[in-house]
Design a protein around this ligand. Structure first.
Ligand SMILES: [Zn+2]
Ligand SMILES: [Zn+2]
Length: 414
């Protein structure tokens, strides 16, 4: 129902007789008008893989219409609430009215049913198990089975350890049908350690130049990963955190049982000051590192910092994630100008983008599929799913990339 042949507004329906469950129901972040998966007949449940809006952003629509229960981990519930509320706020600021409001988000929260990794539960005749996906705290691969067949939906996953999280679960059941994300099917990640070293060097360099280093992050996952990297290399400079990253970090630290080293984040936070309103004006004149949202420069305090610092050649702007086509971050990398709403500025700061992705890279995707060895593979959630499926076919897999929504497939049966 969504995220076919692209990323954003993920949505799948698994159906057998009266049993119907929806896997994720997201939104296309910042699309005008907002985009959601196809409407669906009353499902018995939403199985939510993780909190990111491209997977969760449309759930209030289902709750409004059917009061559908949502199955997810505890941390996913809190992070989803944070992101849904923010999506309403940001949309409003941009003059867009979403088809749900704060009240609907509160109702949505009441409908969450908390699940645990590796503890199966039943919905109708479906038996469902969540496995750790290693992508963000609470992220899950979802395994759905009945007496006829089974399917594993990877959600977004990562098969390498990061500073924040352990890699995804490797001890998986025998999978007949695999639905796999393909975000990085066409490219490899650079060496992570090298990225880490260069990030730290750039920050320390900027600070020794008596200037601020602005680190733009996604609130959930990336902000905490960056903080842990800095902490590993030793924080010898004033360190601040701003924007929604603060609340996300507080939530994630509360659920430290999911972290690779449960106490590391809490220890690192002792070096961090959360920025409150007025501090910003002073901060831009200091030699300090400021971790702030949003990761693609479309909103959040990073906009305020950029306005103040764009002419400062000694200050730096560090991007820590993929920049989607058309976002201010991508445009800045291509043109050297920061263009957002009615702002258009030439940016003289030092700018660099790093790759701290939380998605499996190209080689990992192939390795994962070969290890699972499913009878059928569906490639979704990527810009090159068709090429990916073709490559898999050449390797002998029954692979398909549904690139249009509203298509129905039979699963391979037992
Ligand atoms: Zn995600
Ligand atoms: Zn995603």
């Amino acid at each position: 129902m969504g995220a076919m042949g692209g990323v954003g507004a993920s949505g799948l329906l698994i159906e057998d007789g009266n049993d119907r469950v929806v896997l994720d129901y997201g939104t296309k972040v910042r699309e005008v008008p907002p985009k959601f998966p196809l409407p669906v007949e009353r499902p018995k449940a939403v199985l939510l893989s993780h909190a990111h809006l491209d997977h969760s952003g449309g759930i209030p629509l289902l709750v409004k219409k059917y009061s559908t229960p949502i199955y997810a981990l505890d941390v996913t519930k809190e992070l989803t609430e944070l992101l849904l509320d923010d999506s309403i706020k940001v949309s409003r600021e941009e003059g867009i009215e979403l088809p749900f409001n704060e009240f609907d988000v509160r109702q949505t929260m009441k409908n969450f049913v908390l699940v645990k990794y590796r503890v199966p539960f039943k919905i109708g005749n479906f038996r469902i198990t969540y496995f750790d996906a290693g992508h963000i705290p609470g992220s899950a691969m979802i395994f759905v089975e009945n007496d006829k067949t089974n399917v594993l939906y990877t959600g977004d996953f990562n098969d390498i350890n990061t500073r924040l999280l352990e890699k995804c679960e490797e001890d998986l059941p025998r999978v007949k049908n695999l639905i796999i994300e393909s975000t990085y099917s066409d490219r490899e990640h650079p060496d992570r350690k090298k990225e880490e070293r260069e990030l730290v060097e750039m920050i320390e360099d900027t600070i020794s130049n008596n200037s601020p280093a602005i680190v733009a992050v996604f609130a959930v996952g990336r902000a905490q990963e960056i903080l842990l990297i800095l902490s590993k290399y030793g924080i010898s400079y004033p360190l601040f955190m701003d924007g929604m990253a603060k609340k996300a970090t507080t939530i994630i630290n509360k659920y430290r049982k999911y972290l690779r080293e449960p106490n590391d984040l809490d220890n690192a936070l002792r070096f961090v000051t959360y920025v409150e309103g007025r501090m910003r004006r002073k901060l831009v004149k200091e030699s300090a590192c400021i971790i702030t949202t949003s990761g693609m420069l479309n909103g959040g305090p990073v906009v305020k910092y950029l306005r103040k610092l764009c002419k400062n050649e000694r200050a730096s702007l560090i991007l820590t994630g993929w920049q989607i086509e058309g976002t201010p971050g991508k445009i800045l990398l291509e043109t050297g100008r920061f263009i957002y709403e009615n702002i258009d500025l030439e940016v003289k700061m030092r700018i660099k983008r790093f790759d701290f992705s939380a998605h499996a890279g190209r080689k990992s995707l192939f390795k994962f599929i070969k290890k699972i060895n499913p009878e059928r593979v569906f490639c979704i959630h990527g810009d090159h799913t068709e090429e990916f499926a073709e490559e898999l076919k050449r390797e002998g897999f029954d692979a398909v990339a549904p690139i249009a929504n509203n298509r129905v497939f039979e699963l391979q049966k037992n």
